[in-house]
Design a protein around this ligand. Structure first.
Ligand SMILES: CC(C)(COP(=O)(O)OP(=O)(O)OC[C@H]1O[C@@H](n2cnc3c(N)ncnc32)[C@H](O)[C@@H]1OP(=O)(O)O)[C@@H](O)C(=O)NCCC(=O)NCCS
Length: 177
C-alpha cells in the first residue's frame, strides 16, 4: 500500500477535498472557503492555492499584510488527508498568533498518526524555503497538536496572553535545519 505523501494541491483530489471541507465546516474550520464556489471553479481554486502569494487575514486584511505561503496536502491512496501551510516569513501578527506553520487533518482521519506525519514531512520543505527555525503557535488546550509539535522536536517558548480580539497561544520553535 503506498505511503502518505505531501503534494502540491491538485485537481485530482476534487471529490475527497470537498468532502473533507464539509467535515472541516461542521467543526467551524475554514469557513472562509465556500464549498459551492470551489466546486464550480475547482481549477481556479487550486491555481490560487498553488500561487504562494499568501492569503488575506480576513477580517483583518486592512491592517495585517499577507505573506507568501506554500500550501501542501497530505494524500494517501488518492484521498486528501490534511493540509499544511508554510508561511515564508512572519508578520507582527503571525509572530504572536499563527506562526510559520499551521496544519490540519480532516476530522474523519484523525487519531491515526497523520498529524505527526504531516508536520514531520513538512520540515524539509520549510528548510528549502529558507526557514531555519519555524514558529508554531497553538491553543494551550490543544494537547494533540502539542504532542505532535514536541514529537517533531518543537521547543516551547512562551505564551502569548489573550487580548480582546485574539486567544492565548502557546509558542513553539521547531528546528528545520
Ligand atoms: C491537531 C490535529 C492535527 C491532530 O491530528 P491527528 O491526525 O489526530 O494527530 P495524530 O493521530 O498524529 O496524534 C497525535 C498525538 O496526539 C494525541 N492525542 C490525540 N488527541 C488527544 C487529546 N485529546 N489529548 C491528548 N492527546 C491527544 C495522540 O494520542 C497522538 O499522540 P501519541 O501518538 O503520542 O499517542 C487535528 O486534531 C486537527 O487537525 N485539529 C484541528 C486543527 C489544529 O488544531 N491544528 C493544529 C494547529 S497548531
Amino acid at each position: 500500500m503506498p505511503a502518505a505523501k505531501l503534494i502540491r494541491p491538485s485537481t485530482e483530489y476534487k471529490e475527497s477535498f470537498l468532502s473533507a471541507l464539509d467535515e472541516y465546516h461542521k467543526e467551524g474550520r475554514f469557513s472562509f472557503y465556500n464549498n459551492n464556489e470551489i466546486y464550480s471553479n475547482f481549477e481556479e481554486f487550486i491555481e490560487n492555492l498553488r500561487n504562494e502569494k499568501g492569503h488575506r487575514y480576513r477580517p483583518y486584511e486592512s491592517w495585517v499584510e499577507p505573506v507568501p505561503e506554500t500550501i501542501l496536502w497530505l494524500v494517501k491512496d488518492m484521498e486528501y488527508i490534511g493540509s499544511i501551510y508554510i508561511r515564508h516569513r512572519i508578520n507582527w501578527h503571525l509572530e504572536k498568533w499563527g506562526g510559520h506553520i499551521y496544519f490540519a487533518i480532516r476530522p474523519s482521519m484523525r487519531n491515526k498518526g497523520f498529524g505527526k506525519k504531516i508536520l514531520k514531512k513538512s520540515i524539509p520543505y520549510a528548510n528549502y524555503i529558507g526557514i531555519d527555525k519555524a514558529l508554531i503557535t497553538v491553543d494551550p488546550d490543544n494537547k494533540a497538536a502539542q504532542r505532535i509539535i514536541e514529537f517533531c522536536g518543537g521547543k516551547e517558548d512562551d505564551i502569548t496572553p489573550a487580548t480582546n480580539q485574539f486567544p492565548s497561544q502557546k509558542r513553539y520553535w521547531l528546528d528545520c535545519t
